[in-house]
Design a protein around this ligand. Structure first.
Ligand code: ATP
Ligand code: MG
Length: 283
């Protein structure tokens, strides 16, 4: 039995459950208990506050954990970071009130900085030779400057909206973070094999993120040109149609490039273009 720690509630909870579900580990919808047996694979889910996940995995009380990389760095426990999971993206940044003149990192010498990530900040300042007064608070860090508690903050930023509404400007991006899969160092052979199985399923699910399946009809004369412009895992699938002057082309494209590709294909005569969602890619 493999035990996986995930966040009970909060920003990473739903996507952790979704990733597990798409990987064939189902967690019942009934009232969630602290520790639950999942169906699909021999897996137990341990629901914890994100703060506690690195330590629980380091101790071996859970074999794997899904948690923000920022928490892994802050807590400093010995865990193996196995895989980036492609969700929960954010950064931890230094921000100052918008009316101060920011001249560079030296600005922080002798200043008071409020943060929930004192260890990450201390390491950063030590590396850069900055001596500042780090003030740890767990609640709403972003209000500290306006409340007179600090000169600057070091906090999680994703869109930046919270900073703006508190009159702050992001001046240094220190740590990029996303949800990661962590493991207890030195898992035994049987657990390692199960973890590997799950890791490759996670990879397949992730490969499908942001991808679309494109199906279209194309004059046969435009086929070479279309194949040259399409990214595909090997090469696109081409299927003959009843009308021998036309064929059907099918391929996987990145959502970011979707419209660009569709417009180019239309320009060379593509018709009947279907865009379908894609769940998993198993290579
Ligand atoms: P818990 O109750 O489990 O301690 P929390 O309040 O400490 O939860 P959440 O706000 O749920 O934590 O955030 C969990 C993780 O989501 C963060 O540690 C970070 O990795 C990630 N995250 C992504 N974007 C953001 C954001 N805009 N603000 C906060 N966290 C974010
Ligand atoms: Mg927390």
């Amino acid at each position: 039995m493999l035990r996986i720690a995930i966040q009970t509630k909060g920003r990473l909870n739903e996507q952790s459950i979704e990733l597990l579900r798409e990987s064939g580990v189902m967690i019942g919808e009934e009232k969630r208990k602290f520790l639950m047996r999942a169906s699909g694979l021999p897996v137990e889910i341990l629901f914890l506050r994100d703060d506690d996940i690195p330590q629980t995995v380091a101790m071996g009380a859970a074999d794997l954990g899904i948690v923000g990389y920022n928490e892994v760095q802050e807590r400093g426990y010995a865990v193996d970071v196995i895989q980036k999971l492609g969700f929960g993206e954010c950064r931890i940044s230094l921000a100052v009130p918008k009316n101060v003149e920011y001249t560079g990192l030296d600005y922080f010498n002798g200043k008071r900085i409020a943060t929930s990530y004192p260890n990450v900040l201390k390491n950063y300042f030590d590396q850069k030779g900055i001596k500042a007064d780090i003030h740890t608070i767990t609640g709403s860090v972003e209000i500290a400057p306006a409340a007179g508690l600090a000169d600057a903050i070091f906090d999680i930023v994703s869109s930046g909206g919270t900073l703006i509404s508190n009159g702050l400007v992001e001046v240094e991006k220190v740590l990029h973070s996303e949800a990661v899969l962590i493991a207890t160092p030195g898992l035994d052979g049987e657990k390692m094999a199960m973890a590997q199985q799950l890791i490759s399923r996670f990879e397949s699910v992730q490969k499908g993120y942001g991808k679309k399946y494109l199906v279209l009809n194309l004059p046969v004369t435009a086929l070479d040109e279309a194949v040259a412009m399409l990214p595909a895992m090997r090469s696109p699938t081409v299927i003959p149609l009843a009308n021998s002057e036309w064929c059907s082309l099918q391929t996987v494209v990145d959502e970011k490039e979707l419209w660009d590709i569709i417009e180019k294909l239309k320009a060379i005569g593509a018709e009947g273009i279907l865009v379908l969602s894609l769940e998993k890619i198993v290579l």
